[in-house]
Design a protein. Structure first.
Lengths: 107, 107
């Protein structure tokens, strides 16, 4: 059974957001994005693929198109294909986000 | 911005597991499955679509193919396309699971 215990897989890098790969298939990829305070994921887009962000821990500012909004633990964000999006950890603590991209942009 | 505050959307039914629809697109659907103690999701499969379960709250027994395993809050389970799977809330408390299916089986 393909199980991931997220608390055991969270890791950080001093210089930039850390990415942790979890399950992957042709239909989707999922993983963790782990941010120290102040770290960011630059605005980017996934051609032909939607993205979900679920906030596992912390809070931060999420950018989708022209909108910016602070989200916190327990919130889920849907980003449609081709729409620019990014994240800044504006919180005082660490930010951990579970992400799903579908379909897999690099199958 | 397409944001869902999961704590505000959890609901239960006395007679069976409650399903709450969240975002949907041709590439994916996501939602909450909410179980009172003892409630279950019968074993089923999604033809040509993978599934992710993330345990938001509680614990329960997950069936994938011939395997059974008790999972708890903070664990993520990947179920490949066409593989039979189901859930029983064997815990003493309520069980809330965030699910993603990709691609959308009913676009």
């Amino acid at each position: 059974m393909d199980v991931y215990t997220l608390n055991e897989m969270i890791r950080y890098q001093p210089d930039k957001m850390a990415k942790v790969d979890l399950a992957a298939s042709p239909h989707l990829i999922c993983g963790l994005n782990c941010f120290e305070p102040g770290q960011q994921q630059k605005v980017h887009a996934h051609k032909g693929a939607d993205k979900l962000y679920y906030l596992v821990e912390g809070s931060g500012e999420f950018i989708v198109g022209e909108e910016r909004r602070t989200l916190a633990q327990g919130q889920l964000l849907f980003v449609p294909e081709d729409v620019e999006h990014g994240v800044v950890n504006t919180g005082a603590g660490r930010l951990v986000v579970l992400i799903v991209i579908a379909p897999n942009p690099h199958p």
